[in-house]
Design a binder for this molecule. Sequence first.
Ligand SMILES: [Zn+2]
Length: 252
Amino acid sequence: MEILFFAGIFLLGLCVGSFLNVAIFRVHEGEQIVRGRSKCMKCEEPLGPRDLVPVLSYLALKGRCRRCKAVVSWQYPLIELVTGVLFVGLYLLHGWDLVFVRDAVFVSYLIIIFVYDLRHMLILDKFTIPAMIFAVLVNLWLGLVPAWSILAGGVVLASFFWIQLLISQGKWVGGGDIRMGALMGFMLGLTHGAVALFLAYVLGGLVGAYLLVTGKVDRKTPIPFGTFMAVGTLAMLLAGKSIVGWYLGLFA
Ligand SMILES: [Zn+2]
């Protein structure tokens, strides 16, 4: 029976991933997220039910449009798969309870922010503000993290970027970073939020150094820092206790 549950959760993740793809694409195109049918980006052929099955449709059509054979990005099935795997991970961590639902919503927002910043170099308020409201309300209601920590997390992490914005007169960071900082604090609380931010800098530094050394970017290439903040937040959401325990263990 258990295996059926895992399969169900994985399927749920695939479908949510499919919806996230649509949300990312339509927000960028300035369309309504829930209205209208999906269509091929090139020939505008509307997609039927058999073109919309997560991952399988992509494989069956070998990554091309049914009519015009335009190439469909491999990122679509990848996002579906990653969402499916993360949902199974959350189920392993929490079982089927309210924390699973909260984290599934958190993960969905983080995937959107990750992809959108990576592709378009923007952290949109359209995503961060509803996520913030949800995070504050659900965390205050669940009470797993003390209320002061949630509120202080949002304020401190937002201020961290706000001060940089003031000092650099908007050259180092943007308003999107401030809202993303607030979101991380509201999702994780003060301590875990700060660690997530630290992880984002470490990861961003490592990836940036690698890309510089290999000559793929130069010093002027802008960095999608929201992408790294999303990864740091995700890591703390999934393994916060282990990461903090491991770090403190270094000094024991
Ligand atoms: Zn087409």
